[in-house]
Design a binder for this molecule. Structure first.
Ligand code: GLA
Length: 732
């Protein structure tokens, strides 16, 4: 997988290669990233001294430059210019005047760093990253290359780490930086990855959004200058997911070179694209540099978060599948990562804060009768909480609502044959709470200022070990109540009043420590993350909590956009999707129960409504939906996901999941608005066995695999808005 030839470093994955080269002066160049290449002597596609680009006068590897304007410089003073060459990890201030990947401020105020190759090593497997979530890989599955670069003047050591996997087209990259000097320095920028793509027109796809509108796909041409896709709100955020794709402008779902960048991080992040004067596209990702500064004392190390890259030469859908497989096989871990999840009913949209033991038990009974497997008690069970104005931090049962406490309720729900789970928001404190009255200094704040309020709550200072320990203890006490097997971990505000530029990173490290300890202590509890829906849907969080409530928007039509956008990086087992009541609470839209069920099947399925509010006919339909969900859940969790028709492109959406052995598939077709006198609608399926016959569940129809893929399946759309069908086909 990793080989080194003279000055060339070759990384090979299943179908891809990544090549670097160091020159005589020790500079590390990026030569190639793409479809698998053979091992040859490749040249650095550079580099003459160009006008207005600086060079190292000590570097004697001069080349003639027929077309440039440096004739006035004596030949032996011409050097190479890094300014036009694809770099591996560019630093600030000398020979490359584009956006750097690393920037360090020294005691005298200068920020110049000049990194040269020092050494390298190859390690079997994938090392862990201290304090940070990261992918894993056994010795026979993965290899890691570490290249050490040094600045001999500033005494800075940088270790670039690359892990490749025999069976995958992913590369995991991270960077470690050490100060070996005698004085403290300040890291101003320490990105996890930099790739310089030579020549060519490319697009960038990002995933911006807002509360209730998360991860909408946004594709734009990469133009000269800088484009940035970032979030500096203290969390990965609804506003911009830490994931981008750089792709050929001609690429589509099935065609073209595509490169994914997924940052394993839950704090401030940034993806920066710079197309330079020679049409090189520089793509970078890491901790948001503008909100970051980190003091490195002599001998101290700084470890960047990991960035998981993916490459596909066959378009966007296969890029997504490459991420889905990689996350499932080398990232998600723990008891639930490869298990079917319980079908749950969450009390939030059923009754918001207004419940008590009796109403919850009625809800549990009704749920059980429909086939639901778990009741989740959402916000409102603790302190004196009846609305969002109080009690975060007071994690003991409200005796008015739950007179027998958590233990009696959990036992009674369990006695009905249901699992029991609950909601907490452990990182927060309400000013109106016992916790805040006892520890007003525990809120993140700057001395002399009252912290800004959001949803009547402050953020607890997770950079402090004593506060991390308090959270670990408080959550442990709740989870130690017998019968609790699920926790929805929420985070309902962004961060303000951060005391310094290193704060957000310290907070995130504190959060990861808390989550590491709790998930180890309660390995069988199913943790679901949430942040006002999908405000913290990132790999850093998914490492600890295998599923996320990806949006507070439960409207089936809005979910088409949100789930499709989310699917570019994240597999279906990471997204929870619930059927809710109509008119929908976020949009006011009235959709049929059928489309709400069909869309929710393409996620970890559940409900967010009170069955008592439904007519009998809908309860019968729900029983059928749940039977379908139980039949499909292993397939949905483990199969290959295909985007066949996109709601972003028009009125129709078609998604498909195919089992790994290709013998089972499920298709969703949805038409958003009714089309009068419609054209014949045909959907061509993907990824099947052409020579096999597929039987449609619940019907006598048999289709050939070739027929389904090449001729397509004819869809009889009804004269109705929000039409949908779900087809389940099996070879037997
Ligand atoms: C957030 C979540 C919701 C719900 C509420 C409770 O908004 O996204 O699902 O849990 O908090 O306050």
């Amino acid at each position: 997988m990793i080989t080194i030839h003279d000055n060339l470093f070759f990384l090979h994955g299943k179908d891809m290669s990544y090549i670097m080269k160091k020159d005589e002066a020790g500079y590390l160049y990026h030569l190639y990233y793409g479809k698998r290449l053979g091992q040859r002597e490749y040249q650095i596609p550079v580099n003459y001294l160009r006008g207005f680009s600086a060079a190292d006068i000590n570097d004697k590897t001069v080349r003639d430059t027929p077309n440039n304007d440096v004739g006035w410089l004596p030949k032996d003073e011409q050097g190479k210019s890094l300014d036009e060459a694809p770099q591996e990890y560019p630093s600030y201030g000398r020979f490359d005047l584009r956006t750097p990947a690393i920037e360090i401020e020294y005691g005298d105020g200068n920020r110049i760093t000049d990194l040269r190759y020092d050494s390298h090593e190859i390690i079997s497997g994938k090392p862990e990253l201290p304090g940070l979530p990261a992918a894993y890989g056994k010795e026979n599955e993965a290899q890691t290359l570490r290249i050490t670069l040094k600045d001999m003047v500033a005494k800075i050591t940088v270790i670039l780490s690359y892990t490749v996997y025999e069976q995958h087209n992913n590369i995991c990259r991270n960077v470690r930086i050490q100060n070996q000097g005698k004085e403290a320095v300040i890291l101003r920028r320490a990105l996890s990855v930099n790739i310089d793509f030579a020549g060519g027109d490319r697009d960038v796809i990002s995933f911006p959004g807002s509360w209730a509108r998360e991860r909408h796909t946004n594709r734009q041409r990469i133009h000269h200058g800088i484009q940035e896709f970032s979030c500096a709100r203290g969390a990965s955020g609804h506003q911009m997911n830490p994931f981008i794709i750089v792709c050929d402008t001609a690429s589509n779902e099935d065609y073209g070179n595509c490169y994914g960048f997924s940052l394993v991080y839950s704090g401030n992040h940034s993806a920066i694209i710079e197309k330079d004067q020679y049409d090189i596209t520089r793509a970078q990702m890491g901790i948001h540099p503008n909100t970051f500064a980190w003091e490195l004392k002599p001998d101290d190390w700084f470890q960047t978060p990991e960035c998981i890259l993916a490459f596909s030469s066959q378009g966007l859908n296969s890029l997504s599948q490459s991420y889905h497989d990689f996350f499932r096989e080398h990232f998600l871990h723990g008891y639930w990562s490869k298990r079917d999840r319980p079908i749950l009913l969450n009390s939030w949209e059923a009754s918001y804060f207004d419940y008590n033991e009796e109403t919850l038990l009625t809800l549990a009974e009704k749920s059980k009768a429909l086939g639901i497997e778990m009741l989740v008690m959402d916000d409102g069970w603790f302190g004196k909480r009846d609305d969002d104005h109080s009690s975060l931090g007071d994690w003991y049962a409200n005796k008015k609502k739950l007179p027998g406490g958590l233990s009696r309720l959990a036992a009674k729900v369990n006695d009905l044959g249901l699992g029991f789970g609950l909601w907490m928001e452990p990182e927060m404190v309400s000013p109106d709470s016992e916790l805040y009255r006892t520890h007003p200094d525990w809120a993140v704040q700057v001395p002399g200022r009252t912290p800004a309020i959001t949803r009547w709550q402050y953020v607890l200072d997770l950079s402090r070990t004593e506060i991390q320990d308090y959270i670990i203890d408080a959550v442990s006490e709740v989870l130690s109540v017998p019968g609790i097997s699920y926790l929805k971990w929420d985070m309902n505000r962004h961060m303000t009043d951060m005391p310094d530029s290193g704060y957000n990173h310290r907070y995130i490290l504190g959060l990861y420590r808390v989550l590491e300890q709790l998930t180890r202590r309660f390995p069988k509890v199913l943790f679901e993350s949430c942040s006002g829906g999908g405000g913290r849907m990132d790999p850093g969080i998914l490492y600890y909590m295998p599923q996320t409530w990806i949006s507070d928007n439960s409207d089936a039509i809005e979910r088409l956009y949100i789930q499709e956008g989310t699917s570019y990086a994240y597999p279906l087992p990471c997204m929870t999707a619930h059927v809710s009541a109509v008119p929908n609470h976020q949009t006011g839209r009235i959709t049929p129960l059928s489309i709400r069920g069909h869309v929710a099947q393409f996620g970890m399925f559940g409900y967010e409504l009170n069955p008592d509010d439904l007519p009998e006919s809908e309860k019968i339909e729900i029983v059928q939906q749940i039977e379908t969900a139980k039949r499909l859940r292993t397939l949905m969790r483990s199969g290959d996901f295909y985007r066949i028709a996109s709601p972003y492109a028009g009125n129709d959406c078609a998604w498909q999941v195919v089992s790994k052995d290709k013998r089972e598939t499920v298709l969703l077709f949805a038409r958003i608005l009714s089309v009068p006198n419609p054209n014949v609608t045909t959907v061509k399926l993907k990824g099947l066995l052409p020579g096999e016959n597929y039987h449609e569940s619940g019907s006598q129809r048999i289709y050939g695999g070739d027929e389904l893929m090449y001729m397509g399946i004819h869809i009889e759309t009804g004269a109705q808005d929000y039409f949908s069908i779900l087809k389940h086909l099996i070879v037997n």
